[in-house]
Design a protein around this ligand. Structure first.
Ligand code: FMN
Ligand code: SF4
Length: 465
């Protein structure tokens, strides 16, 4: 393979470990299949087609690949949930909705390396017995949809898709489906409803776990773009070897999307767990802005719980347990969960001491109130109430008792809804109140306490709609 140089200003940081983003922003790279083939594309597909499908799944299991879309669920285990003896068609859907605020990684793969995704998908389909697959691309990515459609046509022409792929007897078609322009279309069962042509109302689980009852009530695997790309790299070196990158139970590489108050925000592909949050902020992102200090970090997309800069956290168990500061948190699934948050979709949002917590929480709550699909009363009403209370906070119209009220609303949503949007919208409020109660109370006005007020009127008084 040729030596890689990157466009000026886009060179990977020395501590990155580029696998998935190897070709992103590379000099001389384009999305054509000829460029991809010259770089070794579809060689792992050739290899997979000589193997038993179950052996391909075994490699993915050995690799310990965990989903990069949010929950971090092991991909090989998910594939194994397709019911034994199933006689219905099995579908695979690539989730390219990328709608979690703070996340901007899948779009680079779609825009710059579509054949990497297609190869990963074709291998995954072969492993799981899928003959029809979809790439559900977010409405807001029209260019990505065009690029991927062209790549599908090229792959067809070269015999990597269609009937009897590379004379193996394996048939597969992949179609692009344009999303419906809503956050909830990224939730796997909402996505499936949308793909079926309906409004993206998530389905209740059980019974509608996609691997058992998904698209057209047939077994369906839903995986994130980045997750599916990893499959070809696992086949290239074998699951065990692949698992040597990253750390135990947190294997491989993943792309972090760092935004907010750092000097050099951007995407960084790292070995999972090999860097701490402090190394990401200070080494990779050039540190905080001049004269500013760290106030908090939202480590895995807007729905993950905020971490406060002066907290201490306990990671590890038994004799291995240790107390660490925010700077020392290893960037992996298990450590971030032990710190009370999550690695989520890889969107790291850095907040410095110039920021108002009320403003940030209001911004987040505005998003969730807009995006609730409205099926469940606690989520539909609660997300709007949380927005309205924080609207009051940012306009000086809130009273101190609004803070416990806000907390109560959030806790009345969590665990009482059809889909995990309920948690996604309530966790930020719960965590910000738990960790920044004094600042939030400081933005309220005691003289408003007990006044009989209509929240709508207060907002109208403050000149907001
Ligand atoms: C409200 C909500 C929005 C989601 N949005 C996305 C998304 O945009 N992209 C994504 O890959 N997963 C998203 N997910 C997670 C998916 O439901 C699903 O777990 C994921 O696509 C599985 O892929 P993975 O196992 O490869 O991570 C979302 C989940 C929820 C609850
Ligand atoms: S939790 Fe919210 S987004 Fe999910 S189904 Fe219920 S109303 Fe819709």
């Amino acid at each position: 393979m040729s030596e890689i140089t990157y466009k000026s200003g886009y060179e990977p940081h020395a501590r990155e470990h580029r696998v998935i983003f190897r070709n992103v922003d590379r000099v001389g790279w384009d999305t054509s299949i000829d460029t991809a083939l010259a770089d070794g594309a579809y060689e792992q597909l050739r290899k997979a087609l000589t193997m038993e499908p179950a052996a391909v799944t075994d490699e993915v299991k050995k690799a310990g690949l965990r989903g990069r879309g949010g929950a971090g669920f092991p991909a090989g285990v998910k594939w194994g949930f397709i019911p034994k003896g199933n006689t219905k068609p099995v579908y695979l859907i690539c989730n390219a909705d990328e709608s979690e605020p703070g996340t901007f990684k899948d779009r680079y793969i779609l825009h710059q390396d579509p054949h990497q995704l297609l190869e990963g998908m074709i291998i995954s389909c072969f492993a799981t017995g899928v003959h029809l697959a979809y790439i559900y691309i977010r409405e807001e990515f029209p260019m990505a949809a065009k690029i991927v459609e062209k790549a599908i046509a090229e792959a067809h022409e070269k015999g990597f898709l269609g009937k009897n792929i590379l004379d193996s007897g394996f048939d597969l078609e992949i179609y692009v489906h344009r999303g419906a322009g809503a956050y909830i279309c990224g939730e796997e069962t909402g996505l499936i409803e949308s793909l079926e042509g309906k409004r993206a109302y998530p389905r209740i689980k059980p019974p509608y776990f996609p691997a058992a009852m998904g698209l057209y009530l047939c077994p369906t695997i839903v995986n994130n773009v980045e997750t599916l790309c990893h499959v070809k790299h696992i086949l290239e070196i074998g699951g065990e070897e692949w698992a040597k990158t990253g750390t135990k139970n947190n294997t491989g590489t993943r792309i972090l999307c760092v935004s907010g108050d750092v000097q050099k925000p951007g995407y960084f592909e790292i070995e999972v767990g090999k860097l701490t949050l402090g190394e990401v902020i200070n080494d990779m992102c050039g540190g905080m802005k001049p004269g500013r200090t760290l106030k908090a970090v939202i480590p895995g997309g807007s729905s993950s719980k905020v971490l406060r800069a002066d907290e201490t956290f306990t990671i590890g168990r038994g004799d291995d347990a240790k107390q660490i500061s925010i700077w020392d948190i290893p960037m992996d699934f298990d450590s971030l969960a032990a710190c009370g948050s999550m690695a989520g979709s890889g969107g790291v949002i850095v907040i410095d001491d110039s920021r108002s917590i009320s403003w940030i929480l209001n911004n987040i709550n505005n998003f969730y109130a807009h995006e609730s699909c409205g099926q469940c009363t606690p989520c539909r009403e609660g997300s709007l109430w949380m927005k309205k209370i924080t609207d009051r906070l940012v306009t000086g119209q809130a009273s101190p008792s609004d803070i416990p009220r806000l907390d109560k609303v959030a806790r009345s949503i969590e665990g009482r809804t059809i889909c995990a949007f309920g948690e996604a919208c309530s966790w930020p409020t719960e965590a910000f109140i738990e960790k920044f109660r004094d600042e939030l109370v400081g933005d309220t006005r005691p003289e408003l306490e007990g006044a009989v007020v209509n929240p709508e009127t207060r907002i109208a008084n403050a000149g907001l709609k």
